[in-house]
Design a protein around this ligand. Sequence first.
Ligand code: CA
Length: 420
Amino acid sequence: MPLIRSWVRPANDPEGSFPLNNLPCGVFSTPGTAPRCGVAIGDSILDVAAMEAAGLLPLAERPVLGEGAWNPFMALGPAAWERLRVLLYGHLAEGAVTAGVVAPFLCGMAAARLHLPFRVAGYTDFYAGRHHAMNVGTMLRGPENALPPNWDHMPIGYNGRASSVVVSGTPVRRPWGQIRPEGAATPLFAPSRRFDLELELGAVVGVPSSGPVSVARAEAMIFGYVLLNDWSARDIQAWEYQPLGPFNAKATATTISPWIVPAAALAPFRVPGPERAVPLLPYLAEPHPMTLDIALEVALAPAGQDETVIARTSARNLWYSFPQQLCHHSTAGAPMQTGDLLGSGTISGPGRGERGSLLELAWGGREPLDLPGGQRRSFLEDGDTVSLRGHARAGGVRIGLGACTGTILPAAEEPFGGGQ
Ligand code: CA
């Protein structure tokens, strides 16, 4: 795939994240200015809200980029999404006649603060990573019964908490919760001791729906993708999850990367899904390859120390694509909204260094992870910083997803003043 060269020189760096082929959508502010829509190019942010206001990006009858969230633009649908890309190619490509007019709308990324890029309407988390499901199931039920009987037939998921989604860089405070320690007869209320990360991708729904949507239609509804860390309190989860699934264990925070990478930028990186021993029901068939070939990694930095990459894997390990997840989500008639966020579920690969959670990397605490400097980890410690990263690469083009980072703060004082 050829690199589309830009007059914004850093965008042509083969190791950069934001070439003209990418054009990811974020919300930014600078000191004294309000959050507004911006597009990353090289090491800069293009103030597309100001460009729209200046008449340089005619997208709709009313302005759609000025209000600090991409929802109004996403709701316009795929024709407008494509129009924006075409207009931006025209303004940013090498030799663009408008380069002199556009240059004042560039803002150095280092000077900007990044915000949540869209209003999260709803948040659903799937469980579509086969190796993760196998690893967790093996720990809980043994290798013979690792996968539940429904797993090979549909992408299973649960409805999460949209209000707890935060942007990269937001600190995450260790939660309190009801926990029943192993062997104890009764639970106690305490800070989580088994707080964990989950390496996931998130899909952002742009086009709303009512009623069931096909896999093909579902693909066309997805505006773009983010990295997603679904922070998880394993000890709270182990006690609360039966029979209704995760609840407070997943409600502390879910961190997403600040840039929505457009589906159009990742379209060249779609690859065939897995070979399946169990055929899917016809409604889940894909009309063309929809699995994303994105390299992923997790880095962990203890307080005051350098980070270590603790896992490297690929989004190719997802057993169900996002269009399959979204189609299945709609089958019972649930309306989808602009700004719905779908988490893929933890992405792990077959190897030990490819596991997307500490639960798996340290195998439930039985095989703690050794970090440089003599530190060991079974779960996250206060002060730890977790960073997820991802990119797709082909030929001279590297599409980066930006960073998805969070630092663990110590648990608060007992929230009910000791009145447990
Ligand atoms: Ca999850």
